[in-house]
Design a protein around this ligand. Structure first.
Ligand SMILES: Nc1ncnc2c1ncn2[C@@H]1O[C@H](COP(=O)(O)OP(=O)(O)O)[C@@H](O)[C@H]1O
Ligand SMILES: [Mg+2]
Length: 241
């Protein structure tokens, strides 16, 4: 039997307006040490799942458990304290601040500067490219480097779970490959648990242990990354044949 999942989402209903549910019964779980990918067409509600988990959108029904604790409708800062960190879909680095300053912001809740410096050293070991650019303004870096910085920043606060909304958004295919490779490496080397939302279904599933397909705010398919990649209906609908 599987151990208790790190994250459990039970049949949630959520939306932006009181009378309009965008998510109408979404369930998923993530085991510690897994990469799990949610795929689905544009407008399916993938980003809404991400926002509902982090308290940006109210959950009206159903529940979210993290480490067995009920965290339904948790506030973003509480989610961070609980060990959940996010890499949002839209660019979120502060362009006029240096790479190092952006990393420090990832740990703004930490009063101990020595601890912050230790974490920055650690992130620089994981991503030597960021170390080379420590003093450079983040806005002058390439899209892929900025995405790497966002991942580095998300790792500052030693998260138990990293939520990523379309890490490949706006990146060229080769850069996307690098970013996915970094996620896979972090999972293998430091056991980072990741819940990723991806429009880029094939590449997302290729690095994922398991995946879920979301359509019209509901679950449609679920399986291991391999099963979904091999499923004829999923292939036809989401993987281009
Ligand atoms: N801020 C918002 N206010 C109202 N409706 C929204 C908002 N953001 C997204 N939606 C709607 O929610 C639905 C799902 O959107 P989203 O979760 O962003 O889909 P996906 O990420 O799968 O492309 C869409 O119909 C979209 O128009
Ligand atoms: Mg989205």
């Amino acid at each position: 039997m599987n151990p208790t999942p790190l994250l459990e989402v039970h049949d949630i209903y959520a939306g932006y307006q009181v009378d309009l549910d965008i998510l109408r019964g979404v369930s998923l779980d993530v085991q510690s040490g897994e990469i799990v990918c949610v795929i689905g067409p544009n407008g399916a509600g993938k980003s809404t799942v991400f926002k509902a988990l982090y308290g940006f959108v109210p959950v009206r029904e159903g529940s979210v458990l993290f480490g067995g604790q009920d965290i339904t409708n948790i506030r973003p800062q509480e989610a961070l304290k609980a060990g959940i960190t996010i890499v949002p879909q839209l660019r979120s680095v502060f362009p006029q601040m240096t790479v190092r300053e952006n990393l420090e912001l990832g740990m703004y809740l930490e009063p101990n500067q020595t601890r912050v410096n230790e974490r920055i050293r650690y992130i620089f070991e994981l991503f030597p490219r960021l170390a080379e650019r420590a003093k450079q303004n983040a806005g002058t870096m390439s899209g892929g480097e900025q995405r790497m910085l966002e991942i580095g920043r998300a790792l500052m606060w030693e998260p138990q779970l990293m939520l990523m909304d379309e890490p490949s958004a706006g990146l060229a295919p080769l850069i996307t490959k690098n970013i996915f490779e970094s996620v896979r490496r972090l999972n293998e080397e430091i056991g980072l648990t990741v819940l990723m939302i991806e429009q880029n279904a094939r590449q997302g599933l290729e690095i994922s242990h398991r995946g879920y397909v979301l359509e019209l705010g509901q679950n449609s398919y679920a399986g291991t990354g391999r099963e979904l990649l091999a499923n004829p209906e999923v292939r036809r609908a989401f993987l281009g044949g």
